[in-house]
Design a protein around this ligand. Structure first.
Ligand SMILES: C[S@@+](CC[C@H](N)C(=O)[O-])C[C@H]1O[C@@H](n2cnc3c(N)ncnc32)[C@H](O)[C@@H]1O
Length: 172
């Protein structure tokens, strides 16, 4: 039997659910193999350059299986640590307030000039990628097909003749 999941099955996806079931002694004799894939954060990053080229965190904004207090505490920790951040599940039709709140929490510590990349449906015919800032971006334009990358304080946008490139330097 195969359980299929988009992106990487181990990132906010079905491999954890399968592992939970496999941990049950009743299923100890069922072999489990996880096949890695390309996660959305890396796919979106590749479209603009290398915004995840240095230390970064990944967080899901879904409070379906996780209390919002945990999400907000982690956002504050990431902001304080000046990590770049990949935001999965940023919004859905019914979850509209979480991203607004997340932006406000990050803005308590981070500059409004912080680079934000919004990748939507990357790899599909509906793909779009927007480069903006924490102060300028509009949460109303974000849906469940989007992944956001919030840069660190060192993430830079460089305009080049062939188009802009975004990167987070490897060196301090
Ligand atoms: C349940 S998570 C699954 C993540 C998936 N396992 C992965 O590794 O990319 C769903 C979230 O992943 C992100 N996502 C998945 N596919 C995407 C794509 N093609 N473009 C942009 N974001 C995507 C979005 O944030 C979406 O809300």
């Amino acid at each position: 039997m195969a359980v299929v999941s988009s992106g990487d099955p181990g990132v906010f996806a079905m491999a954890s659910a399968v592992a939970e079931v496999a941990a049950d002694p009743a299923f100890h004799d069922v072999p489990v193999r996880v096949v890695p894939g390309m996660t959305a954060a890396n796919a979106v990053a590749s479209r603009v350059g290398a915004p995840l080229g240095h230390d970064y965190a990944a967080i899901s904004l879904s409070d379906y299986l996780k209390p919002w207090e945990v999400i907000e505490a982690r956002l504050r920790a990431v902001a304080a640590a000046d990590l770049a951040l990949a935001v999965y599940n940023p919004a859905s039709k019914t979850r509209r307030e979480q991203l607004v709140r997340a932006r406000d929490v990050l803005l308590e510590v981070r500059s409004p000039e912080t680079v934000v990349i919004i990748g939507r449906a990357v790899g599909s015919p509906q793909e779009s990628v927007t480069v903006t800032t924490l102060g300028e971006f509009d949460p109303d334009q974000v849906d469940m097909r989007c992944l956001l990358i919030i840069g660190s304080s060192r993430t830079e946008v460089t305009e080049r003749p062939g188009g802009r490139i975004v990167h987070t330097p490897r060196r301090y």
